[in-house]
Design a protein around this ligand. Sequence first.
Ligand code: GLU
Length: 300
Amino acid sequence: MEAMPLVDRYAPSPTADLHLGNLRTALAGWLLTRAAGGRWLMRVEDLDEARVRAASGAEARNLADLERLGLHWDGDVVRQSERLDLYRDAVASLPTYECFCTRREIAEAASAPHDGYRAYPGTCRSLTAAEREERRATRPPAIRVDSGGATFAVDDVHAGRVAGLVDDFVLVRGDGAFAYNLAVVVDDVEMGVDHITRGDDLLSSAPRQAWLTQQLGGSPATYAHIGLVVNEEGQRLAKRDGAVTLADLPHLSPGDVLAQLSDSLGLGPARTTEEALAAMPGDQRFFSGAVWREGGLAQP
Ligand code: GLU
């Protein structure tokens, strides 16, 4: 039987304009997908209402920038804000408990942060009904999944097999918003995603998300976590690094930008996405990071 072509997705958060690091990851995902004859889906992760509102128009600019570079996607744009019922149903199907901890309490009780993430030590798991009642009067609870102290391993084409502890992570925030780790998994399962290309800052989230995928009846995807673009101090590229979005770089044509992105992926200065695709070696399965140096992308 022929292997099914893979389904990957790009999932921008419309809380800022895309910078060259985001666009580079998008190009990497597009290339890995197209090289495999797969489908490349587009999902706008717009659940953080306040931040989306503060970055007015970012979604339209994100999508226009991708199109301008020739990073065309398959099917309609999926928006998380239009899928709240799916997230609600998923939460209802999982073992959960209410959590009243403040960030500070978690910071004090948790082990050292891992990639900025602190594993939740389970403080609220065994509250009595009376204790929960009392705490509800002081603050609205977050909803956590009861993971039962699971560990889970994922396969990443770059990093290999990566195992991680699955803590009781948040599914619904105290303000009622569905959490990233929930929505991303519900959507990947529902959209039939089986290959996930994204920045390697999310590698440590993958075991947790793959575990949840399985709890929701899906099959964990294969991952391709792509090295980030960092500045010369080794910090991930951001606004502070100067002209890093297409809007900041009006003197560069889409071809000029693609040439930089493609070159930094080790494919030479291809000026169109099709040219970059043609430059992909047959065994190209992953991409490492890049450095932003003197206003240009360089290989590390
Ligand atoms: N929306 C996330 C971001 O912009 C990406 C999430 C994902 O690809 O899983 O960082």
